[in-house]
Design a protein around this ligand. Structure first.
Ligand SMILES: *Cc1c(COP(=O)(O)O)cnc(C)c1O
Length: 435
């Protein structure tokens, strides 16, 4: 399968090139040249298949040209060491719980899959030494990437994070791992961390010594595997005796998660339509209303993983729909919620049903509640465990919520980080000292 760039002026890439590069040389995003549909038998049997079986079949449809079925099956099964259960919250509204992985957020799926696919390509073409993944994080990406790559052969991960600007829980999730993961605590901001990473990719001296790669969410190996759980969600509905196609509501920031759903739909997923739920960062909703896309600086909200003012995967959505706002509107609608509305939803749903939402899932729930039409059935993506946003959720509910054991395990471990200033020379000296 060939991958083309949304900007149209980079050469087509193989899957391996697209995964190794992340971004195309013309700064566009890679798109698969076609989307294959699994067999009719797959769709007939969906309700009887396990998550791993469903995902292996979908993975073969997406990546089967480039990776033999047995290898793909291994990558999928290693990735999915946890389930994504569908939980009924109330009549016609279901939560697709994506927080049962190691860092309790949906990014575990893409992070783990990308790590294993990259490791597969490295082991095939091993030239000299390891690949080094450099990642800057404001909190959540670092933990999903670090845990996804933990112990994966042939890869070293260096996480750069701004000192004192991530929560204690987040920090523990990438500074306590050891093995092939190193955390660098930078005396600066997230933007400094990102600048350091970008400078490193361009630095001749470092590139002579290291094979550097990024692991951000625009990588095809990170966003496409997210299609797996959309199929698992529909399988869950079938198991619950519901055969109609659902409406999916996706709490969205960079729009990678919803784009994976659009790819699933192109691959034959039974789905009625999509709703993109936003917090106050609502450039997509604005685009749906006006047909004009105007990126802006993000504003801070209590659903902070959705605080994005220029969603990177918007380019993929435009490409999928031939740049037609009208075509996009037929499949996707939008909604936005203020912090106050998010708090209200968390309290209301808990009061009526006992179900505890996190601030991101709350946008997803409310998007369905407001958008579902009579007789429709809907699924929202619960993208993180509420305990990851403990203070916010507890302040709304007025009571303590349980912290899952695997999150508590991180808290008991010792932080190990190397402190550096924000000058590139310090990062470079440190990296050279690793040789
Ligand atoms: C990253 C993230 C999102 C946004 O997902 P996108 O794929 O960027 O749209 C939503 N919720 C949580 C908890 C996240 O970590």
């Amino acid at each position: 399968m060939k991958y083309y760039s949304t900007n149209g002026s980079a050469p087509e890439a193989t899957l391996e090139e697209a995964v190794r590069k992340g971004l195309a040389p013309d700064r566009g995003l890679y798109m698969p040249e076609r989307i294959d549909r699994p067999s009719d038998e797959f769709f007939r049997n969906l309700g009887k298949m396990s998550f791993q079986e469903i995902s292996t079949t979908v993975a073969c449809s997406f990546f089967g040209d480039d990776i033999p079925a047995d290898d793909l099956k291994k990558i999928v099964c290693d990735t999915l060491c946890f389930d994504t259960p569908l939980v009924k919250v109330e009549e016609n509204i279901f939560s697709l719980e994506l927080f049962h992985g190691p860092t309790l957020a949906f990014k575990d799926v893409g992070g783990r899959f990308m790590a294993r696919m990259l490791s597969y390509f490295i082991s095939k073409g091993r030239k000299n030494g390891n690949v080094t993944v450099l990642v800057a994080t404001s909190g959540d990406t670092g933990s999903a990437v670090a845990n996804g790559f933990l112990g994966v052969e042939g890869i070293d991960v260096i996480v750069l994070y701004p000192k004192g600007k991530v929560s204690e829980i987040q920090e523990k999730q990438f500074t306590t791992l050891g093995q092939n993961i190193t955390a660098l605590e930078i005396d600066g901001t997230f933007d400094d961390c990102q600048r350091l990473v970008k400078t490193a990719f361009l630095d001749k001296g470092l590139n002579a010594e290291f094979t550097l790669t990024s692991a951000n969410s625009i990588n095809v190996a990170r966003f496409l595997p997210q299609a797996f759980y959309y199929f698992n969600a529909v399988a869950g509905l079938k198991r619950a005796g519901i055969d109609e196609a659902p409406v999916f509501c996706v709490p969205s920031g960079n729009f990678g998660n919803i784009t994976a759903g659009l790819f699933a739909a192109r691959a034959g997923l039974p789905v009625k339509r999509f709703i993109a739920a936003n917090n106050r960062n609502d450039v997509f909703l604005e685009y749906l209303k006006t047909g004009t896309y105007t990126p802006r600086a993000s504003v801070q909200t209590i659903a902070n993983a959705m605080d994005v003012g220029d969603p990177s995967n918007f380019a993929r959505i435009l490409d999928l729909y031939g740049h037609s706002a009208e075509a996009i509107r037929k499949d996707i609608s939008g909604c936005r919620y203020t912090d106050e509305a998010i708090r209200h939803t968390i309290a209301d749903v808990y009061g009526r049903t006992g179900y505890i939402l996190d601030p991101h899932g709350a946008c997803g729930y409310q998007g369905l509640k407001d958008g579902l039409e009579k007789g429709e059935c809907g699924i929202f993506l619960e993208t993180a465990h509420p305990a990851k946003f403990k203070e916010t959720v507890e302040s709304v509910l007025g009571k303590e919520i349980g912290i899952p054991q695997r999150l508590r395990d991180f808290m008991t471990k010792e932080k190990q980080a190397i402190s550096l200033g924000k000058d590139f020379s310090e990062l470079k000296d440190y990296m050279m000292s690793r040789i």
